[in-house]
Write a protein that binds this ligand. Sequence first.
Ligand code: AMP
Length: 286
Amino acid sequence: MKIIRSLTAMAAWSGGLVRKDVKIGLVPTMGALHEGHRALIRAARLRCDALVVSIFVNPAQFGPQEDLAKYPRPISQDRALCRKEGVDICFEPTVEAMYPKGFQTMVTLPAIAHRWEGAVRPHHFSGVATVVTKLFGIVRPRIALFGQKDFQQSALIRQLVKDLNLGVEIVVNPTVRETDGLAMSSRNVYLSPDDRIRAVTLYKGLQAGAEAIRRGITDAETVRSAMVQVVKKEPALTIDYLSVCDPYTLEPLPAVRSRVVLLGAVRIGSVRLIDNLLTTPPRRSS
Ligand code: AMP
């Protein structure tokens, strides 16, 4: 495995392969790699000839009060995981190279990015869309993989690729969870041991929503109440949002008629957790 830090070296490596029609795959990450990332890397390895994992803690997607400085950066462990999974290039650009003096252009956002995470973290998605566009330009992948864990982010990336004709196939991989159901996240290390146990309540809330839908409840507010009730049982959690949405537009729905996404975000201590479940209502027999 090769480690590349310079943008020109990365672009030269990719350019050589693109000319030979080699299929490049990209898994963009911020490092602190866990089993969720490993699953993305494995899924990517099966779908491309040359695999690039980018590790870049992108300042443009952090708000001023967020955890940019303390975001975990265990780079040797990350490289070891990449090496073990057969990654060809670990691309680790510097902030100065990605955002040099005079950098100005930011991608503006589609409607799907305005609600939920977009409302709570106003600059986040514009930072994500911009860095992903830059990574696609440098690495020139034919395929890129993202996690369902960040559902709104993957919807945004699909829209971005479609609207700007970026010509990259987007694959969204299922969420990898801890044994109790908590979605794996690089930020879980911030949780105190007690909060770590309580954190699974978000997933339990989403499951209660999915269960209500399976039982045939179609009124979205009733489904939402089922989620809220479960999450509220754990006083350490503050709900940012729990919603029943259209999986394409991410607009809240009045009723569950076909597949929906249940989106949730909570705060626990200083940590914010997000999670989601895709759920299909039972077929009605007529
Ligand atoms: P991050 O390093 O947090 O920016 O995440 C990099 C990629 O890994 C994103 O596409 C995430 O959605 C994905 N990812 C993070 N956590 C998980 C998880 N638990 N399961 C699946 N994919 C994940």
